[in-house]
Design a protein around this ligand. Structure first.
Ligand SMILES: [Fe+2]
Ligand SMILES: [Fe+2]
Length: 285
């Protein structure tokens, strides 16, 4: 970790800002471990009544479309699979911390959560479309892509006050770099390294605002960057006619190249699928 000295400075009081869910991380580790059994995983989850309740509630929502009640964690794992349980665990753990307001960025309560959750669902939709095999990691990376903002919010507010900057209330990445010598993507990456998440989750978070270089052109980084860009520019509900007619220009503006046949042509269809999934997924929370 010595290699990110500036970023690590902002991790100093991470435990008070982001009381991370040791347990959620344990759940991920066990779910990842092929030698662990269903009951190992269930037992771990059941240590946290909140997590257990959330997972059961989400698993029983219409999103998954089961007619019969799922009444135990064992049942969830058997019927929905380990990957889904991982998604549910990380979603449940992140919801609380991403819901807090982040004033330096002009983010009201829930705004960061909404943006992050929508980006995650869209990233997962795009991953399915382009045939990227690890949908879970793309979902998680997109969910956590702006987590660095939680750590930079207070230092940024301080720096803005110190320098008497008349800010338009919405700090952007340039302002972060000027005032703090780093940005939320890099600080987020440092945090996920500390949490020992896998590289396939860490890299897209660290590079979601970078357009060039080996890490920026990885498919998972591009998917997360594009999901972030589209959610920011189009929102989460519907696409109006003007935007729909100019979707190719918008896509060009993103400067992200998804090298899959007909991707651009199908972007509106992908977005429609996302709006539906997001509506259903939001109802599940
Ligand atoms: Fe970002
Ligand atoms: Fe973002």
């Amino acid at each position: 970790m010595e290699f990110m000295p500036v970023e690590n400075k902002y991790l100093a009081n991470v435990e008070t800002l982001i009381p991370m869910p040791d347990l959620a991380l344990d759940v991920l580790a066990i779910a990842q471990d092929e030698d662990s059994s269903v009951s190992d995983l269930a037992q771990k989850i059941e240590q946290d009544p909140n997590l257990t309740a959330n997972i059961l509630r989400m698993a029983n929502s219409s999103y998954f479309g089961f007619m019969r009640q799922i009444s135990s964690i064992q049942d969830v794992i058997i019927r929905l699979g380990r990957d889904t349980v991982k998604v549910l665990a990380i979603t449940s753990a992140s919801a609380g911390l991403l819901n807090s307001p982040q004033g330096a960025y002009g983010l009201e309560p829930h705004a960061l959560w909404n943006h992050s959750y929508a980006s995650a669902i869209l990233a997962e939709t795009i991953a399915g479309y382009v045939g990227y095999e690890s949908k879970f990691s793309v979902f998680t990376a997109a969910l956590l892509h702006d987590i660095g903002k939680i750590l930079l919010n207070t230092p940024l507010q301080q720096a803005i006050a110190d320098k008497n900057i008349i800010s338009s209330q919405t700090a952007d990445i340039e302002l972060e770099r000027t005032l703090l010598n780093t940005d939320h993507a890099r600080v987020g990456m440092a945090l996920l390294i500390k949490w020992e998440l896998p590289d396939e989750i860490i890299t897209p978070v660290g590079f979601h605002h970078i357009k060039e270089g080996a890490n920026a052109v990885l498919m998972n980084t591009k998917i997360v960057s594009l999901a972030n860009f589209l959610v920011k520019n189009i929102g989460t509900e519907s696409i109006d006619e003007t935007t729909s007619n100019h979707i190719e220009e918008l896509f060009a503006q993103s400067q992200i190249d998804i090298d899959v046949p007909n991707f651009q042509k199908n972007l509106v269809v992908i977005l429609e699928e996302f709006f539906n999934s997001f509506r259903e997924a939001s109802a599940m929370l």
